[in-house]
Design a binder for this molecule. Structure first.
Ligand SMILES: C[S@@+](CC[C@H](N)C(=O)[O-])C[C@H]1O[C@@H](n2cnc3c(N)ncnc32)[C@H](O)[C@@H]1O
Length: 269
């Protein structure tokens, strides 16, 4: 599983670096950083776990946090080293399932914006959540990205080269357990699609108390590419669109149709 993730991101590292600055990702980035700013402690040491090439790490550094960027993918970490050097932040290769290099309570907050949906087995997600809880100090904050199950159903419907998987044999495990099977070299890896209503109980069973659950693309899910260009020719209108997306982002009616969900919780025990 780890090798599959490494290969996938090695082949798409430049795309991953660009992702959050392009039309498909600017709304996700704006909404996510809005909620991070609202919930992160004002200062402290923060781990950006599964931080890839480091766009969120960069945002953290700019806000004065002592930042550690960790990821499974050497190719993505190489981009981070090239873009940021290691003066502004510490950059390390690490697997979310084994964070033994860090002592209990090492971080005031942890962003885990990637690993959970790349872990298709419940055992691996349990290990990752146990490690997340262990390294977050009591009272600290965890921000965890999930992909909803229907995001995987929708990508199969939408992508011509995935439509051959419209079979009962493929759809059944996806609908029943969230297990998405990667199908071709270079395409998305084996993955996990969560049912939104399962996220809070799962995190709670690992000692987190939910503060927020947010649909990162909100009401703009699936239409980001037509909305994002509005920022160029009508910045004020785009601002109103973003305000609307943020104001409604915690409406459970949107959760299943988002591409990403952001869970934010306190480590309570
Ligand atoms: C879609 S990228 C997201 C990158 C960045 N956090 C963002 O939100 O733009 C998913 C990231 O999770 C990382 N990842 C997947 N499984 C991981 C694991 N078990 N441990 C650490 N990182 C992992 C990948 O290498 C990749 O960088």
């Amino acid at each position: 599983m780890s090798d599959e993730v490494r290969h996938y991101y090695a082949a798409s590292s430049e795309k991953e670096w660009q992702r959050l600055t392009r039309a498909e990702g600017v709304i996700e980035f704006a909404v996510t950083t809005h909620f991070l700013a609202a919930h992160l402690p004002p200062r402290g040491r923060i781990l950006d776990l599964g931080g890839g090439p480091g766009r969120y790490s960069q945002w953290l550094v700019e806000r004065g946090y002592e930042t550690v960027l960790a990821d499974l993918s050497p190719a993505l970490l190489a981009i981070a080293r090239e873009k940021f050097g290691e003066r502004a932040l510490e950059i390390v290769e690490a697997d979310a399932r084994d964070l033994s290099r860090w002592a209990d309570g090492s971080f005031d907050a942890v962003l885990s914006l990637g690993p959970m949906y790349h872990l298709p087995t419940v055992d691996d997600r349990e290990r990752a959540a146990r490690e997340l809880a262990r390294i977050t100090r009591v009272g600290g904050v965890a921000c965890v990205a999930w992909m909803p199950r229907y995001a995987f159903v929708r990508r199969i419907f939408a992508n011509a080269d995935e439509q051959h998987r419209l079979t009962r044999e493929f759809m059944r495990p996806l609908l029943d357990s969230g297990s998405y099977t990667g199908h071709a070299p270079g395409r998305f890896t084996h993955a996990y699609g969560a049912r939104p209503e399962d996220i809070e109980p799962f995190m709670s069973s690992h000692g987190f108390r939910m503060r927020a659950l947010v649909a990162c693309e909100g009401v703009a899910s699936g239409i980001e590419q037509t909305l994002a260009p509005v920022a160029q020719h009508d910045p004020a209108g785009f601002g109103v669109a973003l305000e609307t997306i943020i104001e409604t982002a915690s409406d459970p009616a949107l959760f299943g149709f988002a591409s990403h969900l952001l869970y934010i919780g306190d480590r309570s025990a």
